[in-house]
Design a protein around this ligand. Sequence first.
Ligand code: GDP
Length: 444
Amino acid sequence: MFDTLSDRLTSVLQNLRSKGKLTEADIDATAREIRVALLEADVALPVVRSFIGQVKERAKGAEVSQALNPAQQVIKIVNDELVGILGGESRRLNLAKNPPSVIMLAGLQGSGKTTLAGKLAMHLKGKGHTPLLVACDLQRPNAVTQLQVVGERAGVPVFAPEEGNGVGDPVDVARRGVDEARGAQHDIVIVDTAGRLGVDEEMMRQASDIRDAVQPDETLFVVDAMTGQDAVTTAEAFRDGVGFSGVVLTKLDGDARGGAALSVREVTGQPILYASNGEKLADFDAFHPDRMASRILGMGDMLTLIEQAEQAFDQEQAEQTAAKIGTGELTLEDFLEQMLSVRKMGPIGNLLGMLPGGGQMKEQLADFDDSHLDRLQAIIRGMTPAERANPKIINASRRLRIANGSGVAVRDVNDLVNRFFEARKMMAQMAGSFGFGGGAGGSK
Ligand code: GDP
């Protein structure tokens, strides 16, 4: 996501870095290039205008002329303004004082509402809530079944009309769904509504009727980030037709130019609460304007990476491993566990993309194939516990057995074992020089 925009902005700002003093002409030229980059990324024109206006005004002011490093200061301004158009502070979900809180989802058909309902439910469940999903999309064939499927995956119950797909009164289902939540002690109700392929009065009326019936604490407008300028038009139509209190961007994993993300907040005045970036339930995050801005500017998104790591890694296990690294006692079993933890965080390419400069490694990343890790895992799994604990005993006949058992060549097993020994030695030396993990400083 934002690939082209990010590349363009990074290189514009990179050019700036090489300059000591900045003239007005430098600032104008930079502003022009940023303008083109934003327009090419499909950012709405009024948003581009006000963004460039702000950047120019500040860049020509005292904060830059008096800065020790003017170029750095301009980069900071661009970052600040980007955070600003993305909404400034991140905003959390507004929940009712007296549960259940009602969250209604609205948006066009195909925008990702039903998928999002499952993602949001799983996210909230992970935070200790007890959500109930309510299937009010009685328009699209199979929408009810689809919600039941995502509900099951998320481990969250679904309230659906007895008749199943395509029949019944959505307003009545919404009302009964909220009653059900109250009776069954669900603290949050997520109402999935029907969309159409385009903005249409009947859809708006139905969504408004549901809204009036259930009085949502949040109405989230779900918008496909890949729809470019249309996203803004649709957002305006929903704002006027139904009204909403927050935005969810979906499909940020696509090769979207990202303009929707950068325009919707500014155009509608409502904050972006969540971002969805894949078809799996876990491909979902709270939206943080500051992190998104630094990601767009190629400064990485270390905070998200750290949060994902915290969720994926078992702290105690990580500490034990660190201690073993220091004393050179790391085993292949530890290695396998670490590898599995890293993989829980998602495809390796996505992870590297969050590192500073990671965006620029995209070409190499495009070739990175997680199947390499699959092969390593298969080889280690083909070993006996004794072999994993003490790889030194893996002699030629054992290597042949492991290769046959895991469907690889003996060469691959040799490669893994040799690299493991080298890595273990190197890690122990590094741990020794950084003074952590027992620091024996050599392999055994
Ligand atoms: P609805 O009509 O608004 O309920 O949309 P759906 O939830 O059925 O989603 C439409 C299509 O988009 C489905 O094929 C989803 O798998 C897909 N989809 C939803 N969210 C995302 C996302 O964040 N990334 C990608 N790549 N696909 C998504």
